[in-house]
Design a protein around this ligand. Structure first.
Ligand code: PLP
Length: 407
């Protein structure tokens, strides 16, 4: 078995990427779906930006180093990962704020309709943002959050927009983006896809799915660093009618004309609001560039192989443990989840042994398989450590049961 796994690692076409990341020695990092690890090139890039760009050119850096163009330039790179065209993606703000902007713009495009359709088990911020917008508009809108199997039925003639996360954060289950978009369009509704667990994890094709809008996260599979800027996608056909509710000056057609009235930029820059966080964007660019070097089809193939190796090994040693993800890898993203009533303590015991996954209430242990820095040997070690922690009840200690602020 060990020899088999070593040979898988030796034959791995992505193996060379591992040394490009700073993952601490002895750690199996299965939480890149929550916070990707730093590429080794990030620290020198940021140090150089501070010393050579900001430090030497000061305010001239906005022009001389192209900082002002960074939200769209980096957006064009992310576009290649998500099946979008140049000029359709901007990097800005957080995923939550971008959800607000796109939801408000979508409702404005369907003024006669009042319903936002989403999934009850969607990532909460998406639902909270929708709730807040409904309250703010105060025009009788409704958030209709239903079970995944009821989505098609809930998307009727009242639906203005369908807001969904392609890969469920808890279970890793992946929606059929093209089919649900078709269903939404047949009902006359728009779609917003949250790609937080998709971008950089596997090939995404927004154009093939005819998606209207999308948002995504910079600090998960894009490895941009804690709180990295997020991105948003506006299909070119919607650009002329897309109106951001956050009409800040950098979304203006001529920010430096300092006109008294708002005129949106023609490009996707109209989705920007305030001054971009340049240092954070430069860090994100390093992560995105690294992903663009890899063949994303190979990334997907290896993530399936890693997660299947892990799943099969765990199921062999702990057949009673409940799989909380689809067994069919085609129906999930990069992540495998198992449910356990003491999932939090089990996760903490695993972390104490160097296997870093995470926990999502009420009982889900998540293990993300990001192929650029994980080896087959890591997947095997993670499975064996999980089996051992469960067999020996190593989790059954008070210090593993005290919940931290971030789980
Ligand atoms: C991680 C995640 C977010 C994060 O939102 P932020 O505003 O960047 O904190 C949003 N949506 C989903 C589905 C996520 O998984």
């Amino acid at each position: 078995m060990t020899a088999d796994i070593d040979s898988l690692d030796r034959a791995d076409p992505l193996a060379r990427f591992r040394e490009r990341f700073a993952v601490p020695e002895g750690i199996v990092y299965l939480d890149g779906n929550s916070l990707g690890p730093p590429p080794k090139a990030t620290a020198p890039r940021i140090a150089a930006a501070i010393a050579d760009e900001w430090g030497k050119d000061l305010i001239g850096g906005w022009t001389r180093h192209g900082w002002i163009d960074l939200p769209l330039r980096l957006g064009n790179k992310i576009a290649r990962l998500i099946g979008a065209a140049p000029g359709e993606v901007a990097v800005a703000d957080s995923t939550s704020v971008n959800a607000f902007k796109l939801l408000a713009a979508s409702l404005a495009l369907r003024p006669e309709r009042r319903v936002i359709v989403s999934e009850r088990d969607n990532f909460p911020t998406d639902l909270y943002i929708a709730e807040g917008l409904v309250r703010l508009l105060d025009r009788g809108h409704e958030l209709r959050a239903v079970a995944a199997e009821d989505l098609a039925g809930a998307t009727d003639g009242d639906a203005a927009v369908v807001l969904l996360t392609e890969v469920n954060y808890r279970t890793g289950r992946r929606h059929d983006m093209a089919a649900l978009t078709r269903r939404a369009h047949a009902a006359g509704a728009l779609t917003i896809w949250d790609l937080a667990h998709s971008a950089g994890a596997f090939p995404v094709d927004l154009h093939a799915a005819h998606a209207d809008f999308a948002i995504g996260c910079g600090y998960k599979y894009l490895n941009g660093g804690p709180g990295a800027p997020a991105f948003l996608y506006v299909a070119r056909r919607h650009l002329p009618s897309f109106v951001s509710p956050l009409s800040g000056w950098l979304g203006h057609a001529a920010p430096f004309a300092f006109e008294p009235g708002y005129r949106p930029a023609e490009s996707v820059a109209r989705a920007l609001c305030g001054t971009p966080a340049i240092l954070a964007m430069l860090a994100l660019e390093v992560g995105v560039d690294l992903l663009l070097e890899a063949d994303i089809e190979a990334v997907r193939a290896k993530s399936i192989a890693l997660s299947e190796l892990f799943r099969e090994r765990v199921e062999r040693s702990c057949p009673w443990l409940a799989l909380a993800s689809p067994a069919d890898p085609a129906q999930r993203g990069n992540q495998i989840s198992f449910a356990h009533p003491e999932g939090y303590a089990v996760t903490q015991a695993l972390i104490a042994q160097g296997v870093v996954g995470d926990f999502r209430a009420p009982d889900v242990m998540r293990f993300g398989f990001a192929p650029l820095y994980l080896r087959y040997a890591d997947a095997a070690r993670a499975a064996d450590t999980l089996a051992e922690v469960l067999a020996t009840r190593a989790w059954d200690r008070p210090e593993f049961k005290t919940r931290a602020a971030v789980t």
